[in-house]
Ligand binder design. Structure first.
Ligand SMILES: Nc1ncnc2c1ncn2[C@@H]1O[C@H](COP(=O)(O)OP(=O)(O)OP(=O)(O)O)[C@@H](O)[C@H]1O
Ligand SMILES: [Mg+2]
Length: 502
């Protein structure tokens, strides 16, 4: 007899529906899987056979053929165990047919327990797109699956429970209320950082318009400290954004079990020994990298010049497009990567306190910051030089708390959202055409920008980026018109490499 169960395969950070067809017919006992399965899926035969027996069901001693369709989509992982097992039970009449379609994912342990799988939220979103309203998931993924409306998730902890639920013999017991992950921002606040008013202002602007920042300064001045506090002044994720981020976490297995939606912005801080594949994604089949894990959040690259040159250059495409496209023989993967880059660096290899006190030769200095190429620096809107902190500054009263700064940031972002009313939400993402429309500057500001272009050697991209920062500064001030003062402040954050690399 032939049975069909719907399941889903992950492709990048999305899921595609897969038909699991199981045929049980008389013949010599055999168990075959066809339809481009990877080794984990082929191994699932042994898990399925043992789990069915240990769950107390008879395992047919006939010829079993399992086909995963469409055949041209590569299927990886162990999430097909449960649909294959249910397919066999349906083909032998132990699972009753249901009228409405439903989707099943889950990995089986040998004793018939159902283990959580990666990407459940992506599967639920695929069901919603296809109008399928019921999805059976491992109990450990039940909370995550319930994070979006429109689909009714059923959670089962064992194969027996799954069969009973689908046969309508038992009702599902709803899980306890879901925790929302908000704990990632640990106990840190802007007020921890003393002095460094200029750098704090730059981070407020960065948060206000989603701009990339580079913090350059002597060791022990608070660069790492400041960067780690950027998430505390960023607004929480909107509901669509929360679904996007949670899906990525779910697909990559980062989502803590029994979690509904991730509400805080991701903060990723990869070590400088990371590879290109680790940073932007890669492998076969392609897996997402740190830039995707930082989607809609912060990618913090401490000691930026220490990253390998080709690793730094691989950032250029995601920084420009907000996406990463990876082509492999097994197919093309397209990963979202709209993140805010925060880089930190010492201005020279020895970490001298300031340009005046620097004992490195000009050639050494030039070589060190020279590892950051012009095209990369061009994409960093705010380049901030931090002085060493003085003793007096350490005992001065702290400035505004993160909560106060965040309110100003949120107000500035509201202005941008109202003005842009589209897919783009922050000034940093403005296209060239939008810049012409929303960053109109008066004549004196235009002259200032012209002079700066020649003095700082600003490229056309650099010019546009200064305009975006000026737009954000005006938004933080709560005004629609950009003035020469706004442009002058924006220009202060350019040309750092010119000073340190004569
Ligand atoms: N501005 C500051 N206010 C208060 N404490 C500070 C400040 N700057 C540094 N500190 C103290 O020094 C420690 C080190 O600071 P941090 O790691 O941020 O320095 P850094 O600039 O990243 O140095 P490096 O270049 O060596 O990485 C902090 O944990 C904190 O205790
Ligand atoms: Mg540091």
């Amino acid at each position: 007899m032939l049975a069909r169960i719907l399941s889903a395969a992950l492709r990048g950070v999305e899921a595609a529906l897969v038909r699991v067809e199981v045929d049980v017919s008389s013949g010599l006992p055999a168990f075959m899987t066809v339809g481009l399965p990877d080794s984990a899926v082929r191994e699932s035969r042994e898990r399925v056979r043992t789990a069915i027996r240990n769950a107390g069901f008879p395992f047919p001693s006939d010829r079993i053929t399992v086909n995963l369709a469409p055949a041209d989509l590569r299927k990886e992982g162990a999430a097909f165990d449960l649909p294959i097992a249910l397919g066999i039970l349906a083909a032998t009449g132990l699972l009753k047919p249901r009228d409405e379609p439903f989707v099943v994912v889950g990995e089986l342990a040998l004793d018939g327990q159902i283990q959580p799988v990666r990407g459940t939220l992506a599967v639920v979103l695929a069901c919603r797109r296809r109008g399928i309203t019921t999805v059976l998931v491992p109990a450990g993924n039940r909370t995550e699956a319930g994070a979006v409306g429109g689909v009714r998730p059923l959670g089962a902890a064992t194969l027996r429970e799954a069969v009973a639920l689908l046969n309508g013999e038992t009702e599902e017991t709803p899980p306890p209320a879901a925790p929302v992950v908000d704990a990632a921002i640990d106990d840190v606040d802007f007020t921890d950082v003393r002095g460094q008013a200029h750098a704090k202002r730059a981070l407020e602007i960065a948060a206000g318009g989603g701009h990339n920042v580079l913090l350059v300064g002597p060791p022990g001045g608070g660069k790492t400290m400041l960067a780690r506090r950027l998430p505390t002044i960023l607004p929480p994720l909107g509901s669509d954004e929360a679904i996007d981020v949670t899906t990525i976490w779910s697909v990559t297995g980062l989502l803590p079990s029994r979690t509904a939606l991730v509400r805080h912005r991701p903060f990723r801080a990869p070590h400088h020994t990371i590879s290109v594949a680790g940073l932007v994604g890669g492998g076969s089949p392609p897996h997402p990298g740190e830039v995707t894990l930082a989607h809609l959040g912060v990618l913090f690259m401490d000691e930026l010049p220490e990253f390998a040159q080709h690793v730094l250059e691989s950032l250029r495409q995601p920084l420009e497009d907000g996406r990463v496209t990876i082509a492999r023989a097994s197919g093309i993967a397209d990963f979202p990567a709209r993140f805010q880059l925060v880089g930190a660096a010492n201005p020279c290899r020895r970490g001298c306190a300031s340009l005046d006190l620097c004992v490195c030769t000009p050639a050494e200095r030039s070589r060190y910051l020279g590892r950051l190429s012009r095209p990369l620096l061009d994409r960093i809107d705010l380049q901030v030089e931090l002085p060493a902190v003085t003793h007096t500054e350490l005992s001065t009263p702290p400035g505004d708390t993160s909560a106060v700064v965040r309110q100003r940031v949120e107000a500035a972002r509201d202005r941008q959202r109202r003005r842009l009313r589209g897919a783009i939400r922050v000034n940093a993402d403005l296209s060239a055409r939008q810049i012409r429309r929303v960053c109109v500057v008066p004549g004196d500001a235009e002259r200032l920008l012209g002079a700066a272009m020649s003095q700082l050697g600003l490229s056309a991209r650099g010019h546009d980026r200064v305009l975006k920062v000026a737009r954000t500064i005006a938004d933080l001030e709560g005004t629609d018109s950009i003035t020469a003062e706004h442009c002058a402040e924006a220009l202060q954050y350019r040309g750092l490499d010119r000073r340190w690399r004569p």
